[in-house]
Write a protein that binds this ligand. Structure first.
Ligand SMILES: *Cc1c(COP(=O)(O)O)cnc(C)c1O
Length: 363
């Protein structure tokens, strides 16, 4: 067996310890004589898995008691519709467009109400986060929506927008549990887990309790109503049980390392290694404004398409996989989520140095 360093943006690398534990428990979970995949979601064993996962997440993120934690399905993309359906009382919302995911969310919400795109960085290919200190927030906006870490472009909000008292809803799919957050500042935080937490198929939504009501847009399907899932503690129907089990293991793994403060330290150290290299390289260049750089998704180019392609294919031969940028932007992207070890980034930087020495004449 040989594992590669997997820089995929998602589904992405998971902690090896977690995968090994899951393998050990595959055929017989805690003397139940069956795999977690095979057990009833109403069984005692699964109930415990779900309750501990929620408790551990609450502890890690210090989620206040007046917030519900929901384990849902449908990917982050399904939330693009659920959010307006559940929260658009005035049928008006403000969106800040910092990339494709925010754009898609706004376009979807537009089916249900009036959307104001109050800021955007589309003018410079989403390579920065707009100034959000004094936006024209709509007086009767039901919420302000952001995508906090832009997976495709490699930008991240370092300061939350001034929403002028409106509730903030944030897609944190690609920065979930990468550093401490102040949950109180949000009406809702959500993300698909396949970037930084677990297997695809689970979406975690953390929502302030008073926002979860029966008052949803007419015609909202039962399955797309937060209250239904909140009242049933994520067991209205069969949840993505195995995925939740793996998420639970990842929560314990983060706890064992020291929690989100420690994650932040590790992630900063990894990102610094790579960004410092990019900043002095004659061949490779980062593609986003320095102060908006993501700790999770590092985007860069050589400036020459053929050289980018050569780099990606040679890196793959050296066990550094999935470094190709998103199909919409090209270049390279190294996703260095929580589970990517420091050694993985060291290997990448050494490889980049070597590649630069061998190929610089071509630039
Ligand atoms: C990947 C991603 C999505 C889409 O997730 P799906 O689970 O595929 O729907 C949405 N937002 C962000 C920030 C992402 O990184």
């Amino acid at each position: 067996m040989s594992r590669v360093y997997n820089f995929s943006a998602g589904p992405a690398v998971l902690p090896e310890e977690v995968l090994k534990e899951a393998a050990d428990e595959m055929l017989d979970y805690h003397e139940t004589g069956m795999s977690v995949m095979e057990m009833s979601h109403r069984s005692k064993a699964f109930e415990k898995i779900l309750t501990s996962a929620e408790q551990d997440l609450r502890e890690l993120m210090q989620i206040p008691d007046n917030y519900k934690v929901l384990f849902l399905q449908g990917g982050a993309s399904q939330q693009f519709a659920m959010i307006p359906m559940n929260f658009m009382k005035n049928k008006k919302a403000d969106y800040i467009i910092t990339g494709q995911w925010a754009k898609k969310a706004a376009d979807e919400a537009e089916k249900y109400g009036e959307i104001h795109r109050v800021a955007s960085s589309e003018d410079q290919k989403y390579s920065y986060i707009p100034d959000c200190t004094d936006l024209q927030i709509s007086k009767d906006a039901d919420y302000v929506y952001i995508c906090e870490n832009n997976t495709i472009y490699g930008t991240k909000y370092k300061r939350l927008p001034n929403t002028k008292g409106k509730i903030l809803i944030s897609d944190v799919s690609s920065c979930f549990l990468s550093e401490p957050v102040d949950v109180k500042k949000y009406g809702m935080i959500y993300g698909g887990v396949q970037k930084n937490i677990g297997p695809a198929g689970v979406v975690i939504a953390i929502i302030r309790e008073d926002l979860i009501t029966d008052c949803v847009l007419p015609g909202t399907p039962t399955m797309l109503t937060y209250k239904v899932h909140a009242d049933a503690n994520s067991l209205y129907n069969t949840p993505p049980a195995y995925g939740i089990y793996i998420c639970g293991k990842v929560f314990k793994w983060i706890q064992s390392l020291g929690g989100l403060e420690e994650m932040k330290k590790r992630n900063e150290r990894k990102a610094k290694l790579l960004y410092d290299f990019l900043d002095q390289s004659r061949m490779f260049h980062g593609t986003v404004r320095k102060e908006d750089r993501s700790l999770m998704n590092v985007t860069f180019v050589t400036g020459k398409k053929e050289l980018d392609e050569k780099f990606i294919s040679e890196a793959k031969k050296s066990g550094l996989e999935n470094l190709k940028g998103h199909r919409s932007v090209g270049g390279m992207r190294a996703s260095i989520y929580n589970a990517m070890p420091y050694e993985g980034v060291q290997s990448l930087v050494s490889f980049m140095k070597k590649f630069e020495e061998e190929n610089f004449k071509d630039v």
